[in-house]
Design a protein around this ligand. Structure first.
Ligand code: GLV
Ligand code: MG
Length: 306
């Protein structure tokens, strides 16, 4: 799957932001029909998004659109419109507030029908936002509900509301939370999402960091998500994209260490040994798997040649 280190979310009703997003360095763009769109703009936003999908040059970007919850009067209409008229560039629909695998089954069937109707050969993917206690509880069923699933996304704001957690920051996680709880407040939810995503061959994506004037907080938030195994994070402002692309890419130091691990292990194996030493640390087959994974990722991102 193509990398999704940074996913720029843009309000569906503001066309000029779509153009800017299409030219941005984000790996992916999410045209939003849900929470960034006021209720009186829901119908016009749908039309604006379809127009942008059809008319803009999205280059090599992954292009997605978030529908309204299937529990609302808007969600099913968004889904039908995107499925029938979503342009040939739409890679995935993003479904918010997925509480049950039935949400994914419903979208899967509807997309299949629309693809048959349109003669599309490339299936439209699904991204499921896990942002409620019910969704987190049913996450394994959700993750296995359709081959179309590409990512599981952690919606920290809605999740906090769903479990009645104390509101300490408007930025998601990373701001003012360090002293509140020993450890990371969202470790369980994020790790649960990461574990389930990886068990099903999906990517795990973290929700955005709301304070777009605070790169240090964003760095903290993204680094924690990356350390827990997330593949990327939403951005709500173009200024956040470069930082996210950097945090979710292997650093030069990581790449150098991985190269030395792979070389030392090859050398040890040639001498008939199962373990070797790098920087005074014992490395074995498990360390090599980690190093190989990092190397492959660096290769995919064009950071190393062979
Ligand atoms: C995202 O949708 C969130 O609720 O954080
Ligand atoms: Mg949400």
């Amino acid at each position: 799957m193509k990398p999704r280190r940074s996913i720029l979310s843009v309000p569906g009703h503001i066309a000029k932001m779509h153009r800017k997003a299409s030219q941005s360095p984000a790996d992916a763009v999410m045209l939003d029909l849900e929470d960034s769109v006021p209720v009186n703009e829901k119908d016009s936003a749908r039309k604006t998004v379809i127009r942008s999908l059809e008319s803009l040059d999205w280059g090599a970007k992954t292009v997605t659109a978030r529908i309204n919850s299937l529990e609302t009067a808007f969600g099913y209409r968004d889904l039908i419109a995107l499925a029938e008229k979503g342009g040939l560039v739409l890679d995935a629909v993003v479904i918010p507030k997925v509480d049950h695998c039935a949400d994914v089954h419903f979208a899967d069937r509807l997309l299949r029908g629309a693809e048959m109707h349109r003669g599309l050969t490339r299936p439209i993917g699904i991204e499921a936002i896990i942002e409620s206690a019910a969704g987190l509880e049913k996450i394994s069923e959700i993750a296995g509900a359709s081959d179309r699933l590409k990512t599981l996304v952690f919606g920290v704001a809605d999740y906090s509301a769903s479990i009645g957690a104390r509101l300490v920051s408007l930025s998601g996680h990373g701001e003012k939370e360090e002293t509140l709880y020993p450890g990371h407040r969202w470790n369980f939810a994020l790790s649960r999402i990461v574990m389930t995503a990886k068990a099903h061959g999906l990517m795990a994506i973290d929700a955005p960091y709301g304070n777009y004037a605070d790169p240090e907080g964003l760095q903290r938030s993204a680094s924690i998500a990356c350390a827990l195994g997330c593949d990327g994070k939403w951005a709500i402002h173009p200024s956040q994209i470069d930082l996210l692309n950097t945090v979710f890419s292997p650093s030069a130091e990581d790449i150098d260490r991985a190269r030395r691990v792979l070389e030392a292990y090859d050398e040890a194996r040639a001498k008939g040994r199962g373990a070797a030493s790098v920087d005074g640390r014992m490395i074995d087959a498990a360390t090599v798997r980690l190093a190989q994974q990092l190397w492959d990722r660096a290769k995919q991102l064009g950071l190393v040649k062979s």
